[in-house]
Design a binder for this molecule. Structure first.
Ligand code: PLP
Ligand code: TYF
Length: 400
């Protein structure tokens, strides 16, 4: 029956972990997948998460199905975190929100909804480069996926002129996917001033902004600052779509906690949108998982846990920033050819090092250091124990 089904390629990101696991060298380092590691290279369960789980256990809650749209306390709190308590559409009860299977699921609900109801254009534009899964998610949602210029290899920064030119030439009603903060894989974000310009241009050209916010709090250490772009667009009247993930900022990777939302014109429109989002979700998985949403809503609605969580997010962001500084200093003091200041200026979980695919292969073979073939490293995989070995190995690979 299946003789014509060809073997597919491994996932370009998760495949890196496979190669890492197979390597038995004690010096090995995995900088592939974007998952936070503590100063000892270990997965980190936030203490705010542990406290929330303790509180939940005390209540001894049942395990009944959630509604199709998820845990109401959670979706309410998630929207408040993203849009801000003083958001006009939030206050007017004009934001449709549903719980999702983390950020991936939120993007997929959005893709399916837009494919069904966004009447004009069926194309979604994603930045070049973007998170690899974006192409697959939107293609499998039945949308045509196109690209806009984003990263400038020469400056290792934002190609702002190229991006604006591409937005200018998109057909009206095209969907534009924007990374809300901490762009994956490049770590390069527009400045607040550039976001303001982008918001005006996107309005002028009648484009539809779809924000992917997988790293709120991780970029700057402040959930408010990281929501600047989203909140500015909403303030300017854009009726955005938003995919939120709590995988990184709460360390809830495997719990699959996220939300998808749409800003509606008013409460009546919101109700119509929510009814259709439920119709999108029901045949996919009926209703979302419970435990992670309970954890997130407990943290977001409890004053003490919220403060503790904010401090922990900041702590994760700061550890990453300190590793950036140390990596930069090491590469410079080892006289590594090239300009490395982008390591310090890039934002969020990743650094787009500029290492070439052959150099990444050399690093895997000779130094047992694993990263994606595009030269992206997860900064969280670096720590005081391995950063010198990593810097020396990179320096050698660049010189050879
Ligand atoms: N969007 C971006 C840009 C990401 O980097 C990620 C995770 O790496 C996600 C979405 C979604 O991840 P998850 O489904 O684990 O929330
Ligand atoms: O490192 C990245 O860019 C992501 C991480 O189910 C990831 O691909 C891994 C597994 C998953 C979602 C995201």
């Amino acid at each position: 029956t299946w003789s014509t089904v060809p073997a597919g390629p491994p996932d370009p990101i998760l495949g890196v972990t496979e190669a890492f696991k197979a390597d038995k060298d004690p010096r090995k380092i995995n900088l592939g997948v974007g998952a936070y590691r503590d100063g000892n290279g270990k997965p980190y369960v936030l203490s705010s998460v542990k406290s929330a789980e303790d509180l939940i256990a005390l209540e001894n809650p049942d395990k009944e199905y959630l509604p199709i749209s998820g845990l109401p306390e959670f979706t309410k709190a998630a929207a408040k975190l993203a849009y801000g308590a003083d958001s006009q559409p939030l206050k007017q009860s004009a934001i449709a929100v549903v719980q999702s299977i983390s950020g991936t699921g939120a993007l997929r609900i959005g893709g399916a909804f837009l494919q069904r109801f966004f009447p004009h254009a069926k194309a979604i534009y994603i930045p070049t480069p973007s998170w690899g899964n974006h192409t697959s998610i939107f293609r499998d949602s039945g949308l045509e996926v196109k690209q806009y210029r984003y990263f400038d290899k020469k400056t290792v920064g934002l190609d702002f002129e190229g991006m604006k030119a591409d937005l200018q030439s998109m057909p009206p009603n095209s969907i534009v996917l924007l990374h809300a903060c901490a762009h994956n894989p490049t770590g390069v974000d527009p400045t607040p001033e550039q976001w303001v310009e982008l918001s005006s241009l996107i309005a002028e050209k009648s484009l539809f902004p779809f924000f992917d916010m997988a790293y709120q709090g991780f970029a700057s250490g402040s959930t408010t600052r990281d929501a600047f772009a989203l909140r500015h667009f909403v303030k300017e009247g854009h009726q955005v779509a938003l995919a939120q993930s709590f995988a990184k900022n709460m360390g809830l990777y495997g719990e699959r906690v996220g939300a998808f939302s749409l800003v509606a014109a008013d409460e009546e429109e919101k109700k119509r949108l929510e009814s259709q989002l439920k119709i999108v979700i029901r045949p996919m998985y009926s209703n979302p998982p419970l435990h992670g949403a309970r954890i997130a809503s407990t943290i977001l609605t409890n004053f003490e846990l919220y403060s503790e969580w904010e401090a922990e997010v900041k702590g994760m962001a700061e550890r990453i920033i300190s590793m950036r500084a140390r990596l930069y200093d090491n590469l410079v003091s080892l006289n590594t050819p090239g300009e490395w200041s982008h390591i310090k200026s890039q934002i969020g979980m990743f650094s787009f090092t500029g290492l070439t695919t052959p150099q990444t292969q050399t690093l895997a073979e000779k130094a047992h250091i694993y990263m994606t073939a595009d030269g992206r490293i997860s900064m969280a995989g670096l720590n005081a124990h391995n950063i010198d070995y990593f810097s020396e190995s990179v320096s050698k690979a660049v010189k050879s």
